[in-house]
Design a protein around this ligand. Structure first.
Ligand SMILES: *Cc1c(COP(=O)(O)O)cnc(C)c1O
Length: 485
């Protein structure tokens, strides 16, 4: 970059930082601890401060106006989860002999989820801290297996473009090359022939999603399975988001999905499922499953050389919060199959209301693919959907997710969204009208930070600037004083 451009970029990054600070740094009154207090506070005083922190005005998630984010299972469940946490607050899974009950619950949670995904009797898995860790582990295990069994030293991941960012992270952390396959422009699922072309003798793992995060569409897992079987490559299915929605689809809707996605498909060797999404477990809970211990063993970390003793750990973390596993276990046995079917049915009915409104009532918006599950995405050839997203926030308090390439928005329906879905359809119609009017009379263009940001991100010459801005966003999360910079 030339010096005058550098200067302008620096100025713009500083401006963006100010905007982000104003947006993100909202503090509770009379609560401020930059340093550890000299003396501890009384429990009443701590509770009063927690109340103040809890009452800061925020996005209206309780009204169901945010996409995804809070996978709330109802007040009774939250009370029970809180009590279960209390009982096992100090439990550490690193010490199974101190907490045998937690060991039992962890094994049972894994076993129950294996059952939901129709694992064979050799099926096995572990719990993890979330979908990202589950995907990291799947890629790590595949890399280790590829090295041990095929001598692959330059491992590659083949996945459709719509695969979750956690797989990009895995490629970076574990020094693997990510080969992204295009999406079929009609279905917005993996272009199978492109996947075939990307597979090489260095491919350590193929991934597909059921469904993916951006569009909620399901990759053709049986076709991916054929490729995986032919080349003897592990196939991971990311059901982090699909979670219990896809597992209970058939029971909730009384019909089958168009094709298989779980261990009944022969080439599927691992599946990740987030219990902290549609399993309604407390955040910090996901399951990574394998077809057999012959796959799982490669995710373990084992060393017999440490002076601290013989050491083995099944996942990325060392000490692990047993109470979260207890929360997942409690949730699952409280809801049972019946409870999940009921909840999942209402989530699916809600997402289909939005789907039908976009297909039939809002001609300016185009539904993306065939969203059968909880996520519904749409784009537009007529208006800028990022402007639409900002307008929905400004006028009506909605927070949908912004997607790029192509510009699109999505809603991940949760249990909380049900109460608000008809309102969303109405608000969408009004905001689309406003956008159309602004396009017709371009003097009246609507200002939109999101549209501007994605405009910058979409240009090759300025993409680096957006990376800087995302870094600034992360910096701001750890700022504790507006005047400190
Ligand atoms: C949410 C999600 C993940 C990652 O989950 P985290 O729990 O946020 O780490 C992975 N894949 C898909 C498809 C997801 O939607």
């Amino acid at each position: 970059m030339l010096p005058p451009v550098q200067k302008r970029v620096k100025q713009e990054v500083a401006d963006a930082r100010r905007l982000l600070e104003n947006d993100l740094i909202v503090k509770a009154e009379h609560v401020e601890h930059h340093q550890l207090p000299e003396e501890g506070l009384s429990s009443d005083a701590v509770m009063a401060q927690l109340d103040a922190l809890d009452s800061i005005k925020a996005v209206a998630w309780k009204e169901g106006k945010i996409s995804g984010a809070v996978y709330h299972g109802g007040d009774d469940l939250i009370n029970l989860q809180t009590e279960s946490y209390h009982k096992f607050a100090v439990a550490n899974q690193l010490h199974p002999n101190a907490f045998p009950g937690v060991r039992q619950m962890e094994a049972e949670v894994v076993s129950m989820v294996l059952g939901l995904f129709n694992a064979p009797s050799t099926g096995c898995g572990t719990t993890s801290s979330g979908g990202t860790e589950s995907l990291l582990l799947a890629c790590l295990a595949a890399r280790e297996k590829a090295y041990a069994e095929k001598g692959i030293t330059k491992p590659e991941i083949v996945a459709p473009k719509s695969i979750h960012a956690a797989v990009f992270k895995a490629a970076k952390y574990f020094n693997m090359t990510l080969r992204l396959a295009d999406l079929d422009p009609k279905t917005f699922t993996a272009d199978i022939s492109h996947v075939k072309r990307l597979v090489t003798s260095n491919t350590a793992i193929i991934l597909g999603s059921a469904p993916n995060f951006p569009y909620g569409t399901i990759d053709n897992i049986p076709e991916l399975s054929k490729i995986a079987v032919k080349h003897n490559i592990p196939l991971h299915v990311d059901c982090c988001l699909g979670s219990f929605v896809i597992a209970f689809y058939e029971k909730a809707m009384g019909k089958k999905l168009p094709f298989g996605f779980d261990f009944r498909v022969p080439g599927v060797t691992s599946i990740s499922c987030d219990t902290h999404k549609y399993g309604f477990a407390p955040k910090g809970s996901s399951i990574i499953m394998y077809r057999s211990p012959e796959y799982r063993k490669y995710q373990y970390y084992i060393t017999s050389e440490w002076v601290g003793g013989l050491y083995g750990s099944p996942t990325l973390a060392g000490s692990r919060p047993g109470a979260l596993t207890v929360g997942a276990w409690t949730t699952m046995i409280f809801l049972g199959q019946e409870g999940y079917v009921k909840n999942i049915r209402s989530i699916l009915e809600t997402s289909q209301i939005l789907r039908h409104a976009i297909e039939n009532e809002i001609p300016e918006l185009d539904l993306i693919g065939d969203p059968l599950l909880s996520v519904v995405a749409f784009k537009s050839d007529v208006i800028d959907v990022h402007v639409l997203g900002d307008l929905l926030t400004k006028r009506h308090g909605w927070h949908l997710s912004s997607l790029q390439q192509p510009a699109a928005l999505h809603l991940a329906v949760t249990k909380l969204t049900g109460q608000a879905i008809l309102q969303l359809v109405e608000d969408l119609k009004k905001c689309v009208e406003e956008c159309v009017a602004a396009v017709a009379d371009n003097r009246q263009a609507i200002k939109s930070d999101t549209a501007q940001l994605y405009g910058v991100a979409g240009s090759l010459s300025t993409r680096g600037v957006v990376d800087q801005l995302v870094g600034v966003f992360l910096d701001v999360l750890y700022e504790n004083d507006k005047t400190m910079q």
